[in-house]
Design a protein around this ligand. Structure first.
Ligand code: SF4
Length: 213
């Protein structure tokens, strides 16, 4: 496999063919924000926070899953890119309905950190059916507060690709979509034990450890 030359934010970069724009940017010290991405795992491109402008393309491209091409010219922080990221973060905040104000883990919420970085305040969108779920504490290893879940699928990917357990998936459609185990059964200690990999990857605090674990 050969190498590819491209330009990112006016920097010349040479990377291995098959690399993504995100990997090329990292190689030359440029940070592109990500949310659903897990390094080393096949990208899902779900959240779109990593969008960038590619010269000649009408639409913004997801940096985490777009492969580089010879002569590509990429801009990672133009006004158009920043405006798109702001709306994406705002939309995710709209679905992040759990109580973060009283949550001691809120400072670890990557969504709130992104909102702060991009100066996104309270979402303007009116959601007809806000997604509130009761907090599930029946599993001794994982507490689930799905009201905070923004359906980034990181837990599903981490469970499947890193833990190789395939316990989690996305069930239902539209506003009813949620992370489920099996056919939306209880996340019992029999099906989900103590690997804690989903918790490690959840960026919103929707999954957390019980204090005693
Ligand atoms: S539980 Fe966390 S990691 Fe899983 S989809 Fe929701 S926000 Fe993403």
């Amino acid at each position: 496999m050969g190498n590819v030359n491209l330009i990112i934010d006016e920097k010349k970069v040479r990377v291995r063919e098959g690399s993504t724009i995100l990997e090329a940017a990292e190689a030359c010290g440029i940070t592109i924000p990500t949310f659903c991405h897990i390094k080393g795992v096949l990208p899902t491109g779900v959240c779109r926070v990593c969008v960038v402008e590619v010269k000649g393309s009408k639409t913004l491209m997801g940096a985490c899953h777009t492969p580089v091409a010879e002569g590509m010219v990429v801009s990672t922080h133009t006004p158009r890119v920043v405006a798109a990221r702001k709306v994406i973060v705002e939309l995710m905040l709209t679905g992040h309905t759990g109580d973060c104000v009283n949550d001691t883990n809120a400072e670890n919420c990557k969504l709130h950190n992104l909102a702060s970085d991009y100066e996104v305040g309270a979402p303007r969108f009116n959601v007809k059916a806000p997604r509130f779920y009761p907090i599930e504490e029946s599993n001794p290893y994982v507490i689930r507060d799905l009201s905070k879940c923004v359906l980034c699928r990181k837990c599903v990917t981490a469970c499947r690709e890193i833990a190789h357990k395939n316990v989690l998936s996305i069930g239902y459609r539209g506003f009813r979509s949620k992370v489920v185990s099996g056919y939306d059964e209880a996340l019992t200690a029999e099906v989900c034990r103590d690997c804690l990999i989903c918790i490690e990857h959840c960026p919103t605090g929707a999954l957390s450890r019980p204090v005693k674990v």
